[in-house]
Design a protein around this ligand. Structure first.
Ligand code: FMN
Length: 195
C-alpha cells in the first residue's frame, strides 16, 4: 500500500499523551505542512498559533472540556475575521469552516507521519481561549490540534479496526442526548461505518 493511503488509514485521534516534549524541528514541520492545506479561493484566511508554554497549555485545558489529553503542544487554528470581512465574506461563509477542517487534517497527517500523536478538539469556550491567548479582535479560535507522543494506553487486543472502543469515544458520543422517557437499552458493541 502506498504511504499516503497507509497514513490516512492508520491515523487515530490520541486522547492519551505522554509528557515527552516534541522536538522543535518536528513541530516546525507540522506547522509548515499546515500552510499547504487547501484553502477556499486560496485566500488563506486562517492563522495558526503554536503553543508549547506549559502554563498556557494548562490554562487552555482548563477552559476546554473536550480535551481529554494533556498535550505538550497545541496548534490553535483561528479564522482571521478581519481579513475575511475585507474580502466581503459573511461571518458564517462555508469556506471559512471547511478550511479549518482541511488545515486540521493536514496537521494531523503531518504529525502522524512524524510519529507524533495528535487530536482535534472543538469543545472549548471561545471567549475564554481568546482571553487566555490575549487574541486581537478579529481573530476567532476555532479548533485545537493537540500534539505529543501517544501513550500506550489501549489494553492489548482492544482497538480493532472498524470498532469504536469506549476509550476512543468522546464524551458526547458516550452519552448522547436521549429523548425523554427513553427506556434504558442494554449495553452493546458500537460499530463504525469503517471497514
Ligand atoms: C469537527 C470535529 C470536532 C471534534 N472535536 C473533538 C473534541 O472536542 N474532543 C475529542 O476528543 N475529539 C474530537 N474530535 C475527534 C473525533 O471524535 C474523532 O475524529 C472520531 O471519534 C474518529 O476517531 P479517529 O479520528 O481516531 O478515527 C473531533 C473531530 C472533528 C472532525
Amino acid at each position: 500500500m502506498n504511504s499516503v493511503l497507509e497514513a490516512i488509514r492508520t491515523r487515530r485521534i490520541a486522547r492519551a499523551l505522554t509528557t515527552e516534549p516534541i522536538a522543535r524541528p518536528d513541530f516546525e514541520e507540522v506547522l509548515k505542512a499546515a500552510r499547504w492545506a487547501p484553502s477556499a479561493g486560496n485566500r488563506r484566511l486562517h492563522r495558526f498559533i503554536a503553543i508549547q508554554d506549559p502554563l498556557t497549555l494548562r490554562l487552555l485545558r482548563m477552559v476546554t472540556p473536550g480535551m481529554f489529553q494533556r498535550p505538550v503542544a497545541i496548534v490553535v487554528i483561528c479564522i482571521d475575521r478581519a481579513k475575511a470581512a475585507s474580502f466581503g465574506m459573511l461571518p458564517n461563509a462555508k469556506g471559512l469552516y471547511v478550511d479549518v477542517g482541511t488545515a486540521a487534517q493536514t496537521i494531523l497527517l503531518a504529525a502522524h507521519s512524524l510519529g507524533l500523536g495528535s487530536g482535534v478538539v472543538t469543545s472549548f469556550s471561545q471567549a475564554a481561549v481568546s482571553a487566555v491567548l490575549n487574541l486581537p479582535d478579529g481573530l476567532s479560535p476555532e479548533m485545537f490540534v493537540c500534539l505529543g507522543h501517544a501513550a500506550p494506553v489501549q489494553p492489548p487486543g482492544m482497538p480493532t479496526r472498524g470498532h469504536l472502543t469506549w476509550q476512543s469515544l468522546t464524551q458526547w458520543e458516550r452519552f448522547p442526548k436521549m429523548p425523554e422517557n427513553t427506556p434504558p437499552t442494554p449495553a452493546r458493541e458500537v460499530t463504525s461505518s469503517r471497514p
